[in-house]
Write a protein that binds this ligand. Sequence first.
Ligand code: NAP
Length: 327
Amino acid sequence: MARAWHLMSRPQGMPTAENFALKDIAPELGDGMVRVKNSFVSVDPYMRGRMNDVKSYVPPFAIDAPMEGGAVGEVIESRAAGFAVGDKVMHMLGWRDEAVVPAAALNKLPELGVPIEDFLGNLGLTGGTAYFGLFDAASAKPGDVVFVSAAGGAVGSAVVQIAKARGMTVIGSAGGPEKCEFVKSLGADKVIDYKAGSLVKQLGEAAPNGIDVYFDNVGGDHLDAAFAHANKDARFAICGMIANYNKGEPTCFRFIMRIIAMRIRVQGFIYTDYAAQFPKFYEEMGGWIAAGKVKSRDTIVDGLEQQPEAFMGLFTGKNTGKMLVRL
Ligand code: NAP
């Protein structure tokens, strides 16, 4: 029997195990559908937003229904033209071991000679977010000084590496000495441990001539420090604000008025906006991976039973690189 994690109640603050339940499901294979055995399912910070009953760019998860999320796996049964048993695919019916997916919602994975799980990381949502956020939302170019937060995580570690591949100076922030060491190993020029003291002070020391680009994964104090040290015409790609996802109250920004004096461009963006440009992304990112300029580091948790725990670990920094659940 297939199983799927259901959201049983909406978290107040940090999610707990009581918000989730693993239940049997029996999805029927209709015409035009494919049955997939998932091999890796993703946990991502944005899923926290879908647990709230608010209007956003994706609908909230329904209560007592299977949750959704990125997944990769192999076709085990097909009633859809163009898909055969054994095909490797990616889709959005994660949080479960087996998925029945309409063909229109399936992506057949290109043959790039990389492990299948990379399509949930550097060749998937997180790598693509880094790529389009950095080069489009922030219009980053060679010579820029780039500051990126959560630099030891999935999106952040990709930002560090592709910014270096394009000739930028990179300052990454992460929590704790071990994660900072990892960020340094990715090629970052300077690393800030945000748990070790004032961010405004540390960023000032790391970027004595200011920053041209800020890639925001965290919000809060990180965003405020970036305002404090932004150069004229700086560009901020607002990717995520994980520091706020479990908090109700807004952040107080001491340096926000510098947006005016420094003519800072602040641009929010969503990965799926760039769907038409995915082939270009696969080509360039695939090239960097093949050339060894972008490396994947995953934190892998084994077993569907562990998925809520893996998800909650994102908010306490349990992952280095991409957090994945292997089935
Ligand atoms: P991730 O960075 O792999 O994991 C989250 C990391 O955030 C943790 O490992 C932790 O690292 C850090 N963190 C957690 N709470 C924090 C806090 N209060 N202050 C500072 N750092 C904190 O996750 P990801 O998947 O790559 O996502 C990164 C960001 O991108 C998230 O904000 C996510 O929502 C966003 N995102 C946006 C899009 C889009 O389309 N706009 C797409 C994907 C992801 P430390 O150990 O360093 O604290």
